[in-house]
Unconditional design. Structure first.
Length: 170
């Protein structure tokens, strides 16, 4: 079996989380052992019904053979202390799990997860951005910084997945 480990900052009712869950569930369990690593979604400000729905979807995915690991320090916003904790948690998980494929989702998980995957010598690294973040969302200096980071990490990413033509053009 090929171990495929997915990393995302949060599971909520957003498109990136839903797409990631569907991707994990859609992989052939006769070929892939699938592990999903995620943050704890504190920043999502979900309603109780949304939290309940996410819990149900996660439990359904577990019932379909998905292993789920939560990392409390993995969050969307930049927080140097928590980001370092999240990186070392990811690093330890990758050493323990020894996946063949690491597929990261969203910017923060993409940076931390790909770095940990590179350092632990994961053979195949895949990344999905899940959105248009390179232009118009931040001031030009921050945008340039994100582009520099993404260019650096793309150099050791085997495949980049674009969900839309606009993302592909970016």
């Amino acid at each position: 079996m090929i171990k495929n480990l997915h990393i995302i900052t949060r599971l909520d009712m957003g498109g990136s989380a839903q797409n990631t869950l569907l991707t994990c569930e859609g992989l052939d369990k006769n070929i892939y052992e699938v592990v999903l690593v995620h943050g704890i979604s504190l920043e999502s400000q979900m309603t109780e019904s949304e939290k309940h729905l996410v819990e149900n979807l996660t439990e359904k995915a577990k019932g379909n053979g998905l292993r789920v690991i939560a990392i409390p320090s993995l969050m969307r916003r930049i927080n140097p202390v928590q980001d370092i904790k999240a990186f070392f948690s990811l690093w330890r998980i990758l050493i323990r799990e020894r996946p063949t494929i690491v597929h990261t989702h969203t910017s923060k998980a993409g940076i931390l997860g790909r770095l940990a995957a590179k350092l632990t010598k994961v053979p195949v690294i895949v990344h999905t951005n899940h959105g248009h973040v390179y232009y118009g969302h931040f001031n030009p200096l921050i945008t340039r910084f994100f582009l520099l980071l993404e260019t650096h990490f793309a150099a050791f990413t085997k495949k980049m997945v674009a969900l839309t033509v606009h993302e592909k053009n970016d």
